[in-house]
Design a protein around this ligand. Sequence first.
Ligand SMILES: Cc1cc2nc3c(=O)[nH]c(=O)nc-3n(C[C@H](O)[C@H](O)[C@H](O)COP(=O)(O)OP(=O)(O)OC[C@H]3O[C@@H](n4cnc5c(N)ncnc54)[C@H](O)[C@@H]3O)c2cc1C
Length: 559
Amino acid sequence: MLTRDIALLNQGAFDVVVIGGGIFGACAAREAALAGLSVALIEQKDFSHATSANHFKMVHCGIRYLQHLDIKRLWESSYERSALLRIAPHLVQTVPIVIPTYGVGSQGKPFLGVGMLTYDLLTIRRNEKILPDKRIAPTQFFSRSKLLSFFPGLNKAGLTGGMVFDEGQMYNLPRLALAFIHSAAERGAVVANYVRATDFLTSNGKIIGVKSVDETTGESFEVQSRYVLNTAGPWAHRLLNTDKSIALKPVPTFSRDLAFTLPRRFDHRYGVALPSETRDADVLADRGGRHLFAVPWRTCTLIGVWHKVFEGPPEEVNVEPEELEQFRREVAHAYPGLCDDLDQIQVINTGLTLFGDAHDQRQRGLSFGKRSMLVDHKAVHGRAGLVTLIGVRATTARGMASKAIGLILRKLNKPFTSKKASAYQPVWGGGVASFSQINEEIQAFDPVRLSTQVVRSLAHNYGSKTDKILGYVRQNRNWAMPLQGSTTLPAEVVHSVREEMALTLGDVVFRRTDLGTGGKPTKAALTICADIMATELGWSKTKMEHELELVNQSYPRLG
Ligand SMILES: Cc1cc2nc3c(=O)[nH]c(=O)nc-3n(C[C@H](O)[C@H](O)[C@H](O)COP(=O)(O)OP(=O)(O)OC[C@H]3O[C@@H](n4cnc5c(N)ncnc54)[C@H](O)[C@@H]3O)c2cc1C
């Protein structure tokens, strides 16, 4: 259970305080707790509210890095995809992606086939200790006719067939981050949302914690620690700028990435890579423009990803209608009929992610962020007590968090004995013998019969911890009636408030349940959800209406 107890944050010094509760901070908190460190995690808004909630759901297999001849990065991605499938099998699955092949040149089957088979060999141990129903398939080949039976809208001129590889896909990234946070809390981590770090605490030049403010009350307090780990994502350098002697130079460049969801377009489980107009500046083995992806996810199709260098404050991340239309046109050009109208878009996801060097951007040639930044401020600025980790891909969050905590353990002269456990020990809800078994167990739940869709959603979101939700249903059978037009149970809303620190309607709608992440919930569903929260948290009618208004304003944009 996650309990928001601010008093625990300023009672004595922690080994490490983690700033920022996105996926990188969440992984770091678990990693530190697994290593036996005393750890606090603070998040200025809700866990995962920023970039992490706006992600395209891909756990990259790393095949793209073969084009860059970056084998180290390929292995890193593949290892992390396997680790997530192993430790969070309820929230991560595989999704087959087809790359259409054209002609006999760099986009042809022979060229791509060699690359894909090389990839299979390089990642031969990818299924180690992964549940049978989560295993990663080797490369498959599609004939032209088979490919067109799945994707009839593809450009047919010169089309020879397709190659299929497995990416990982997250069912719900905010819930994945919460699973890491639960795991940390189970091992004694003190975690709190709506707590902002405002400045660093220093003593004799060493950083010894952070000044903080509880955003729900405005009260200021200090969190003392032997080490501070700054995982504040796009805000990380703003926090460092509070003390010029530790500011990052040059200031990191961020890309405003953009993806959106459409109602389900394909009636099968394959996603497709579509050639786009934009090119990748770093490609050594060039095979044309970058790819856009159209990928099935829950009851939607995800379309992404579009990039643009962004230099403004993270709070102002936005997308103008003209740019969205430009992206839509590129999608429609790549696959006619996929998105004819902006009105078809259900949810827009935008956020900031590390980019290459802004000065290096060529027209139609984008240099993407390749590696996360891990900064030891003692080595770079001569200031002990502080490490910064700015992540480039959620895929590698666990591994990079492990490196950051490994660095802190070395500084604290402690052994790193939990390194392997982190990639093998299930996270909260991940201790399942098989995904189908967990479905069957929930299906067999008595006294209330739950629909297949509700069972699936519970199995994905809570895995082996679904009993927590069923416990609430046992208390009140009305809590087993899904909110209108959704698979979300009132029992989940109550659980979010009582056991997962949900404080606002948006926390429940966007980050604790499936209610609003794929599309806008019905008015009745939102009202009942708000009503339950009002009862749980003692909201007035005015407060409840304000919360409803805030959620309604978020559509179709979320980021
Ligand atoms: C559209 C889009 C699609 C993407 N698709 C993919 C994909 O398919 N696969 C993939 O692997 N990656 C993808 N990414 C990248 C991935 O989402 C990011 O790398 C990842 O989410 C970054 O996580 P983070 O924890 O570093 O940052 P964030 O999620 O932004 O978290 C940082 C947190 O720090 C908090 N914070 C900031 N300042 C303070 C403070 N002073 N005190 C307390 N808390 C603070 C913020 O509130 C925020 O919650 C995508 C990104 C975008 C935008």
